[in-house]
Design a protein around this ligand. Structure first.
Ligand code: GDP
Length: 526
């Protein structure tokens, strides 16, 4: 094994996908704190990765206005390097939220025990399905009243199509959480809450006799249900998990660190390490080929004082070394990597080297766009990241006709950067493009950047469309005549998109005109 493949094998690059409030921030912090507490306790000599994780990183980003970062939190655990790539949610949900999934090898789907599969979880899951990213499910907040565990499994199966294979099974109903039966190693684990601020939950392994005496009926029931699961074949199946057919399920409470250690162990033991990534030709690029990386996000104006631009690159092959001069596949131009950083929230640190699975932030990356490839040596290019289904639409106009040129240039630039999708039609004309977004924050970014960087103040008029479908020229003829619908051309890929006010309107048009071509775009409404 080469040094690079060895380093790749100990990388785990993943994202937590969830609906706002399910506990993503709490879980992120719990994972990193638990891992670093363990690593530090056992470390002979420490290296990097010991920076504290601040719980308020999201708030701090928000306080900066529209510059919200999404990058990777890096920590070590059991000799493995974890890269937790953030998926911005809440008000900052945007196309980037989906794009970052192009950078991960695995996803942790975090569910609130009382709410189950929520809309944003579902949308992110759809992207995982499309990319065939293996998913581990963590049912969170089991310390609070919630649903029946079997009912949750049914819902997971129904909504995702994945077979849930519980790795742990709760002892005690939601809100009355004593511990879990570990269905892989057979242990009964009792959780004891430790006072606030602790980075570890107290876990005691009980013998069956002790569990019986200590936990009584709750233990018996958990064991019976676990046996029942075994009888219906809900056992962990590594192949099915990797093939995106089954999802291991854990029960826990991130707030009390219940189940957090088990999740880290599962990521080490079951989650895939970086694998050779297919290039545009479909050839898998070996991990130990020269450096190649994929830009999955470009963040502008993170530091208003410097107006810099950071491109986040996922290393796909080779060893990255700061200072190396790479080639930007889209332009063929050289790209110097003197300024390479790891960025998470407000924290930045210089990165000197990185391996497959790692995320590197490149400063001064004005030419880089999401989906771009950077490489060393012979040319290689990875497939572009697809555009996702927009759900918010607005017409943009320049406030002043004198600025029409700047306005156009700015819109084209932001379209190219992937900040927003720009849709046009002959009907609306060039000076009134339709901006289409996955989250409304993208409009704010456009408004801000057009004014700040191009001197073009804009007026935005929200349109009442909420969904888009890909269509063709023939269907477009029909759709153009319908109320509550419109056909627009997307600048990025010249795709014809039909937009509708709502599902109901779309369906009724489909009923009236059979055979219309209306294909779902990735993510969003199915
Ligand atoms: P996010 O929006 O997904 O990042 O969710 P947060 O991590 O901010 O959590 C939302 C709320 O749920 C906060 O008040 C957390 O303290 C709470 N929370 C998160 N995990 C748990 C848990 O395991 N148990 C309980 N009771 N509350 C939790």
């Amino acid at each position: 094994m080469s040094a690079v493949t060895g380093e790749a094998a100990r990388r785990r690059t993943f994202a937590v996908i969830s609906h706002p409030d399910a506990g993503k921030s709490t879980m992120t912090e719990a994972l990193a704190l638990h891992a670093s507490a363990i690593t530090q306790a056992g470390a002979v000599h420490g290296k990097a990765g010991r920076r504290g994780v601040t719980s308020d990183w999201m708030e701090m980003e928000r306080a900066r206005g529209i510059s919200i970062t999404s990058a990777a939190l890096r920590f070590e655990y059991r000799g493995h390097v974890f890269n937790l790539v953030d998926t911005p949610g809440h008000a900052d949900f945007s196309e980037d939220t989906y794009r970052v999934l192009a950078a991960v090898d695995c996803a942790v789907m975090l569910l609130d025990a009382a709410k189950g599969m929520e809309p944003q979880t579902m949308k992110l899951f759809e992207v995982c399905r499309h990319r065939r990213i293996p998913v581990i499910t963590f049912v969170n907040k089991w310390d609070r009243p919630g649903r029946e565990p079997l009912e949750l499994l049914d819902e997971i199966e129904e909504r995702t199509g994945l077979r849930p294979t519980p790795v742990t099974w709760p002892i005690g109903s939601a809100g009355n959480f004593h511990g879990v039966v570990d269905r892989i190693d057979g242990r009964a684990v009792r959780y004891t809450r430790t006072p606030g601020g602790a980075t570890k939950a107290l876990e005691t392994t009980l013998t069956p006799g002790e569990a019986e005496a200590d936990l009584g009926a709750d233990w018996t029931r958990a064991r019976e249900e676990s046996d029942l699961l075994a009888a219906i074949g809900a056992e962990h199946d590594q192949k099915a998990f990797e093939a995106h057919e089954a999802t291991p399920v854990l029960f826990g409470a991130a707030l009390s660190n219940f189940g957090v250690a088990r999740l880290l162990d599962l990521l080490v033991d079951l989650a895939p390490a970086p694998a050779p990534r297919a290039d545009v030709e479909g050839a898998a690029r070996p991990l130990d080929a020269p450096f190649a990386g994929l830009v999955f996000k470009v963040q502008a104006n993170m530091d208003p004082a410097h107006r810099d631009r950071i491109a986040f690159v996922r290393v796909c092959s080779g060893r990255f070394e700061r200072g190396m001069v790479l080639t930007h596949a889209a332009t063929g131009r050289p790209f110097a990597t003197k300024y390479a950083q790891s960025v998470f929230g407000q924290e930045r640190a210089t990165i000197d080297e990185a391996f497959p699975g790692d995320v590197v932030g490149l400063v001064n990356a004005t030419a880089l766009r999401p989906g771009d490839t950077l490489y060393e040596g012979a040319a290689v290019e990875f497939p572009p990241i697809p555009s996702f289904a927009p759900e918010h639409f607005a017409v943009a106009r320049s406030r002043s006709t004198a600025k029409a040129k700047q306005f156009r240039r700015g819109i084209d630039q932001l379209d190219g950067e992937g900040v927003i999708q720009v849709l046009r039609s002959d009907l609306r004309g060039d000076q009134a493009p339709v901006l289409a977004a996955v989250g409304p924050m993208q409009f704010e970014v456009v408004q801000h950047r057009l004014a700040a960087e191009f001197g073009a103040e804009i007026v935005l008029d929200r349109l009442e469309y909420t969904l888009a479908r890909r269509t063709d020229a023939e269907s477009a003829e029909v759709l153009r005549r319908q109320r509550g619908a419109e056909v627009l051309m997307r600048g990025r890929d010249q795709a014809l998109l039909a937009v509708f006010t709502d599902q109901w309107r779309m369906r009724s048009i489909q009923r009236e005109h059979e055979g219309l071509t209306l294909e779902p775009l990735i993510a969003g409404q199915g």
